[in-house]
Design a protein around this ligand. Structure first.
Ligand code: PHE
Length: 464
């Protein structure tokens, strides 16, 4: 046990890290990206990225955290490589950006609990009006940020572990039931086909870039969240195995979210799949429809429970996002945790205001703000920040972290750390693969994707 506190058990870390990974990214982000990315082709690329590229980055982040027992910036100082701590600073910057828009979506989801309690399934058709009511959704967001700050002020290895132990399995069961029900609806098969049978003619360069961003975002990678959580992991835990379990859980829940949403879109569209590419509003429009078709008291109950669980999943993610800057200011600036948590949370809420009002309320932030064209489309502020953080800075962070670990900190040091708690690691296939992936594969692919994404998204230049 270090003085900073550790997760109370091996399961505690896995739950907290899985809690960070599983969130709106899986249930809100993944289906909408699949819908816009043309369906199953996106899914295939996404899965490849998750397992062969992101998993090694996850292992590396956790190892750096555990080795140093420090925050995302302090970790680099501690390894004696202070020059490289800009990687951690970049991570804190992207964490702040992500939380600023993530909290807006979490606020929408939080408000949906009350809509479901009231049996207002028709909210599906009024979603555009709902998100324009910035005082209402802004207040929900403020409450959500407040709860996040409260949890972080108490320290992450406390209650959140215990709550996740019960609520995560409940969420999975609930999603299985809803997916099962969705599949019984007429035209559900058309949805499943769209989701599961790849049409590779839909595979454009931007589908690949977005799949990469989505994989990083969903797995909480590239910004030091897992360096920070790794710093609370016991030396006797097996990082390689834990990371595998976290990756599988996260990917599994994203896939499950698709199994809920796409059959339903098949049903609602009469098989044409129209509306699948709706974008960030996708689940907020489709989910109330399914609870509406269940109808009555049962519809209200399932709808309410679903959004409660979704909010909890979002909370374990916002907590990990806020923990990154907090661990930094607590360790390095010696500010008290409680004070830091409330001050930083409030600042991030304010940074999120353009994302909040850029959904119809403020003309400027909804459309006119855009100075770049993403494949020719005007983009609202929230989508812009999401593209900047998820698709651009996170892969850059992943590149820097893997390059750093393999070539600056050195692979044998990484291996030493990974071997602790994993007696069979040395000489295994996993070790050989991780060495290759972290040393060459990940940095090269991530550098290329980063450059191509920046050129394409922000300058409209398409090379591939
Ligand atoms: N992985 C989280 C989700 O899918 C979001 C997140 C990103 C959390 C980066 C922490 C760090 O909802």
């Amino acid at each position: 046990m270090s003085a900073r506190g550790n997760f109370s058990s091996k399961m505690g870390f896995i739950l907290a890290a899985a809690g960070s990974a599983v969130g709106l990214g899986n249930i809100w982000g993944f289906p909408y990206e699949v819908g816009q990315g043309g369906g199953a082709a996106f899914v295939v690329v996404y899965l490849i990225f998750c397992f062969i590229l992101c998993y090694p980055v996850m292992v590396t982040e956790i190892a750096i955290g555990r080795k140093t027992q420090k925050n995302a910036v302090g970790a680099f100082n501690d390894l004696g490589l202070k020059k490289w701590n800009f990687i951690g600073k970049l991570g804190i910057f992207s964490g702040v950006l992500i939380l600023s828009f993530y909290n807006v979506i979490a606020g929408w989801a939080f408000g949906y609990i009350f809509e479901m309690v009231a049996g207002n399934f028709a909210i599906a058709d009024q979603f555009g009006t709902y998100i324009k009511d910035v005082v209402k959704v802004g207040s929900y967001g403020l409450v959500f940020m407040g709860v996040t700050a409260y949890v972080v002020s108490k320290g992450v290895s406390g209650g959140i572990e215990k709550a996740a132990r019960i609520l995560m399995p409940t969420l999975i069961i609930m999603m299985l039931i809803v997916a099962g029900y969705a599949m019984t609806l007429p035209n559900a098969m058309d949805g499943l086909k769209f989701y599961l049978i790849p049409d590779f003619s839909k595979l454009t360069a931007s589908v690949v870039y977005n799949a990469m961003g989505q994989a990083f975002f969903s797995l909480s990678l590239g910004m030091g969240a897992l360096i920070t959580y790794g710093s609370y992991v016991n030396k006797s835990d097996n990082i390689v195995a834990s990371a595998a379990l976290i990756t599988l859980t996260d990917v599994g829940i994203a896939l499950l979210a698709g199994l809920m949403i796409f059959p339903l879109i098949g049903f609602m569209s009469g098989g044409t799949m129209e509306g699948a590419a709706r974008g960030p509003g996708l689940i907020f429009v489709t989910l109330p429809q399914i609870f509406g078709t269940i109808g009555g008291g049962l519809g209200i109950m399932t709808g309410t429970l679903f959004f409660v669980l979704l909010c909890f999943a979002a909370l374990t993610s916002t907590v990990s996002l806020l923990e990154v800057p907090i661990a930094y200011v607590v360790d390095e600036w010696k500010i008290k945790r409680t004070r830091a948590a409330w001050m930083v949370a409030l600042t991030i809420f304010i940074i999120g205001i353009p994302s909040l009002i850029g959904n119809g309320y403020s003309e400027f932030f909804s459309t006119a703000f855009t100075t770049y064209k993403d494949g020719g489309k005007d983009t609202d502020f929230l989508s812009f920040v999401a593209a900047l953080a998820n698709d651009t800075i996170l892969p850059l962070g992943g590149f820097l972290i893997s390059f750093f670990a393999a070539h600056i900190w050195k692979k044998h040091n990484l291996d030493e750390e990974l071997a602790q708690g994993a007696p069979n690691y040395k000489g295994s296939f996993v070790q050989k693969y991780l060495n290759f992936a972290i040393g060459y594969f990940a940095p090269i692919v991530l550098a290329i994707v980063f450059i191509l994404t920046v050129l394409f998204k922000f300058f409209g230049i398409q090379i591939l």
